[in-house]
Design a protein around this ligand. Sequence first.
Ligand code: ZN
Ligand code: ZN
Length: 695
Amino acid sequence: MAAFQKHANANTFGSSYSHVESLCEQSSTYVRALQECIRKKSLGEGRQIHACISKKLIAGNIILQNTLISMYVKCGSLVDARRVFDEIAKKDVCSWTVMIAAYARHGVPQQALSVFYQMQQNAGVKPNNLTYSAVLSACNNLEFLNQGMKIHQQIIKCGLASNVFVASALVDKYAKCGKIDNARQLFDKMGQRDLVSWNAMVSGYAQNGLMCEALMLFKEMPEKNVISWNSLVAGYARNGAVDTALKLFDEMPQRNVVSWNAMISGLSQNGLIDEALELFKRMPQRTVVSWNAIISGLAQNGRGEESLQCFQEMKEIGMRADFHTYGSILPVCGNMAALELGVEIHEEIVRQGFESNVVVMTGLVDMYAQCGSLGKARQTFDKMHQRDVVAWNAMIAGYAMHGCAEEAFQLFEQMKSSGMSPNHITFICVLSACVHAGLVDEGYQYFNSMCRHYHIEPKADHYTCMVDLLGRAGRLEEAIHFINRIPTKPDAVIWSCLLGACRIHKNLEIAEWAAEHLFELNPTDPAPYVLLSNIYASAGRWDDIGKVRQVMKEKGIKKTPGCSWIEVGKKIHGFLVGDKSHPQTREIYLELERLNSEMKMAGYVPDTSFVLSDVKEEEKEQVLFHHSERLAIAFGLLNTFPGSTIRIVKNLRICGDCHSAIKFISMIVEREIIVRDTYRYHHFKNGQCSCGNFW
Ligand code: ZN
Ligand code: ZN
């Protein structure tokens, strides 16, 4: 870098060149240097070089300007690219095309289209075949079918339809929009076809799940390359024919990184994550797509911790994330309440200029809400340039799950007045806000308005909300009435809601009835057995608890071990009940003992009816004291700053005893403790919980 600067500066002051010659020489030196940055994908060096070039030199030189845009795009800063682009007084077709392609690749089709229209309307620049192929690649889902068709008309008018490059892009666009017949018509009409056109058609069939047609065309191909093979491998893998895909993968004459990627995502989509990992380790070279495949594969297969590890590893080796990576990793951060890591990712997203991507931004809103940081969620939501219905739903759902019903309703009104129509998911969000706040009348209003004003047919999820809402309010008869209204067979979720309501309202008769249904639907799920025993326990029916335990034993049903997670220092720490594997175990147990005596002094009495095993009373207390959430909290207290919020995620519903214990802990240590269990969020503060014991 230093040597380069010296060289460039020397030219500035060199006297052997005439002024013009010297400028040309300089700019081509800069262009070469920038191209080197592109090759190395080094944004830092690119920025340094940009800073060295005088504004005057840039202003007069379109090649230099376009190279700067490319550099920023390829090195991952869309914001900088746009800044350079906006500063160019006379943009040529190349400047426009680079910008359009950049937006297409960053998953911001609206922006790509708007630049495309600006180019023609305001600047009067004619698109060329590269421009068309770039803009078509942005219109690659059904939502943009109409715009794509308009562009198709334009292509015909300007006589580029027979250009094999443009025609192939059209085939590809129609196939990606699911209009496979239109794609085939175009393909059949093409006067001249090359390998690209054939590949577009084969992969079009494969992407639409039409594997017979794909295979037939594949066999007809005059020549094939690795791309043709990859389309088939990916198609079979995605459609669940993993064995066929693997066979082709072994048979193919030559493999590239795309072949490996296709196989890895295919395996993980079909639940074969260990096989996918194996392949990932074996592959000779990895791209961001390979990392994305394994990160999302791990996440989808419930292995969040490993997914986060993989993401960290990817960054350590200097691989740059793209919007797909963020789409996979943000929900994992949310799930694990990994807020520190989430914040770091947010900063990275801003740096990389993904703030205009609705999907990424919605992912952030959701992540913050899941981590219990509603303020940050709302800030992010307010900053979004544009919002689709998914974004609105994410924010409303965030309020709902934290029991902030008023805010959820307000946002719902704001959404409607902004001209966005709610969809069936929006109603699930507002209904669940009613559930978490126990607002029966509002729930009825929203449910009825959904059917009457929006003509949205209620689905199982809407009925579930109503059953949950009425059940919790103790209106069990009305809840049962809603169960009877469901046109399909009621699922396990609905019966669990009813059973949960019976626990709160101590209704044994309906509890047994709901439990019967659950045993039948999900014979191996321990949750209803546990819930039913808790209900027996609170009614003092010890014999029945014994019976339930006997049935569980006979059927070999084991209680799911409780597990809680906490993020400290961007690392996730998991604890099982009674866990002694953590390096800080000794300190953790000492801390718990200390807390226990303070809690007892403050009036805490352990409620051992939540312990299901056949052990003596004192042992029961010990079991309670070592529930996973308490271990995680003790660990958090030891390893975070005094006064900071502690966030815990639990794989089961929090037990009643831990719920009251944590209230005491929050008071003793003067901290806010947020626990997310499988059902809702509990914000413990000053000895109170946000759920108002309503869970
Ligand atoms: Zn507990
Ligand atoms: Zn609570």
